[in-house]
Structure formats: structure tokens, C-alpha cells
Ligand binder design. Structure first.
Ligand code: PBG
Length: 322
């Protein structure tokens, strides 16, 4: 006697009955780059199919996202001017603040904003520089202001991605103090110092002008440290924790799923998207099959939410299959 595991693989009907992981369009969050200016829709060279939009051109992408059945978007701003303290990040009329107001006016989408400084600082680091280093506690003052300004503009959730210590606590306290106790925080908790962010930095013009992000983002070799970060963020008040990037960090997602009970988001980042697009363009892979396999693996590893540039095409693909 041997075990005939092939019995349950004989045709698609039985395979779909025993399928353990099913992707759905509700799993996805779509990232959007918003550039200050007028009449802008420019493709990001390293992210084919992904554009930077000015606020007056946003509606076309919002409609596409809603039509695909995606419920949430994650916003990144590209300001007109950068300075050493990233003023545009917390200014009431900053590009993200205006974009949030516009999106809430014209759509029903759930709006999440990325809380960080690197797109707004002239040096490209995620915080305030003091004596040549990113100063943790000084940066917290700014992160708090950024988060509050986004929420005042109508953001439904904030997502701090800076990796400063204590930011979740600081933002939670500020939101509660100002009466926003119902606004959740999705913390980029296990965010690695990854080369997979390259295309994003091109899209947002946010590469550091000196040094790198290794003194605040995590070492890709570490997983126990990720558990410490996640436990700290939950303790400080994070409602959802994130693992980023996703694909080279499926083990981190799985450890997080096994150890913590909060919802987990995984960020299928720009470099992961760019590799698929490049190989597909060369005809080396079947793009949609690869995309679905990647997204399924992220969910199978334990993610509840997947932030992905593939969201629209994947949602359409899932819709067409049913
Ligand atoms: C901001 C931020 C980055 C990404 C999301 N938020 C860039 C970085 O940390 O350098 C990367 C997302 C992606 O690569 O798709 N700190």
C-alpha cells in the first residue's frame, strides 16, 4: 500500500475543492505615487504600468482601482521641493494632504498614507540629520506631525515606514490626544534594508544622497530581530504589522503568523514587481501565472493583506477566472 496523493489532483473541480489558499481581490492594497504639479501622468521607467499622477489626474486611476474591486490604496507623495526637514510632509497643503482630501471626495476607497520623510528631505534619509546621523528622537517629533496632518485631511489609516524606535507609541498618543482614537496604525515593523526598493526610490526620487539606510532598516540576515520589532510595535499600539519586502522574506511572514495574532500585511515591493515585468517583457516567463503564484505564496506564508503594484491586474485576473 502506498498513499495515492494524486487522487485529489485529477481535475480542476477537485483541485479547487481542496485548495488551501485562495487569493481574493479583497486581499490587495494598491500603492499610488502622487506628484505635485498639474496634468501629470508619467510612467515610472523601472515600473512598467505604474505612473506618477498629479492630483488633477488622479480620478482615472481611482476609478480603475474601484472597478477592479480593490478596497484600499496606499499613498506616496512626491513634493515640488525638498528640504532638510521635509516640510512638505507635514504641511496642511502638502501633496499627500491635498490628495487625501480629493480621494475622499471622489471615491469610497480606504485611504492609507505612508508616514516617512525620505521622499521629502533633500538628503533622502527617513529622518532628521543631526551630526551626520539620522536622529531618532528628533525624527519622532516630525513623524507625529506628518501623521496628524494626514489624518486631519481624512486618511483612514496611517502606515509609518521610517523604522525609528518608538514611532508607533508616539503616533498613537498624538492621534488619541487629538481625538483620532479610531484611526488604526499599520506599522512597517519588519522592514529590511533591501535592494528590492531600488525602483521605488527612482519613482519617488528618494534615494539617500549619502550613506545608506542600514542604521535604521533591518539586516536581511536577521529573523529573531524581526520578532523583537514586531512585538515592540504591537506593544506600542500597532493594529496591523507589516513585513517588507515579501518574497525573499516569506519565512519572516510565517514566523510572524505563528507567533502573533494581529493581522499581517506583506509588501510585495517595487523590485519584486520590476523583475517580473522585465522577465515577462523578454518572453522568459508567463507573467500572470507567475504573478498569481507569487501572490499565493505570500498569502500561504501567512499574510492577510498584500500591498502590491500587481493589484489591479491580479484582481481583474481573479475576477475573470470566476
Ligand atoms: C519609504 C518607503 C520605501 C518604500 C515604501 N516606503 C522606500 C525605502 O524605504 O527606501 C519602498 C516600497 C517599494 O519598494 O515598493 N521609506
Amino acid at each position: 500500500m502506498f498513499k495515492r496523493t494524486r487522487r485529489l489532483r485529477r481535475n480542476e473541480n477537485i483541485r479547487s475543492l481542496v485548495r488551501e489558499t485562495k487569493l481574493s481581490k479583497e486581499d490587495f492594497i494598491y500603492p499610488i505615487f502622487i506628484k505635485d504639479g498639474e496634468n501629470i501622468k508619467e510612467e515610472v521607467q523601472s515600473l512598467p504600468g505604474i505612473y506618477r499622477y498629479s492630483i488633477d489626474r488622479l480620478e482615472e486611476i481611482l476609478e480603475e482601482v474601484e472597478r477592479a474591486g480593490i478596497k484600499g490604496v496606499l499613498l506616496f507623495g512626491i513634493p515640488k521641493e525638498k528640504d532638510n526637514c521635509g516640510k512638505d510632509a507635514y504641511y496642511d497643503d502638502g501633496v499627500v494632504q491635498r490628495a487625501v482630501r480629493k480621494i475622499k471626495e471622489v471615491s469610497k476607497l480606504y485611504v492609507i498614507t505612508d508616514i516617512c520623510m525620505c521622499e521629502y528631505t533633500d538628503h533622502g534619509h527617513c529622518g532628521i540629520i543631526v551630526d551626520g546621523e539620522v536622529d531618532n528622537d528628533k525624527t519622532l517629533e516630525y513623524l507625529e506631525k506628518i501623521a496628524l496632518s494626514h489624518v486631519k485631511s481624512g486618511a483612514d489609516m496611517v502606515a509609518p515606514s521610517d523604522m525609528m524606535d518608538g514611532r508607533v507609541k508616539r503616533i498613537r498618543e498624538a492621534l488619541d490626544r487629538e481625538g483620532y482614537m479610531n484611526i488604526p496604525i499599520m506599522a512597517y515593523s519588519a522592514k529590511y534594508a533591501s535592494a528590492f526598493y531600488g525602483p521605488f526610490r527612482q519613482a519617488a526620487d528618494s534615494a539617500p544622497k549619502f550613506g545608506d539606510r542600514k542604521s535604521y532598516q533591518m539586516d536581511p540576515a536577521n529573523i529573531r530581530e524581526a520578532m523583537i520589532e514586531i512585538a515592540a510595535d504591537i506593544e506600542e499600539g500597532a493594529d496591523i504589522v507589516m513585513v517588507k519586502p515579501a518574497l525573499s522574506y516569506l519565512d519572516v511572514i510565517r514566523w510572524t503568523r505563528d507567533r502573533f495574532d494581529v493581522p499581517i500585511a506583506a509588501y510585495n515591493v517595487s523590485g519584486e514587481y520590476a523583475m517580473v515585468k522585465a522577465a515577462a517583457k523578454l518572453g522568459y516567463i508567463d507573467e500572470m501565472k507567475i504573478v498569481m503564484e507569487i501572490l499565493t505564496s505570500i498569502k500561504r506564508a501567512g499574510a492577510d493583506i498584500i500591498i502590491t503594484y500587481h493589484a489591479i491586474e491580479a484582481a481583474k485576473y481573479i475576477g475573470g477566472r470566476q
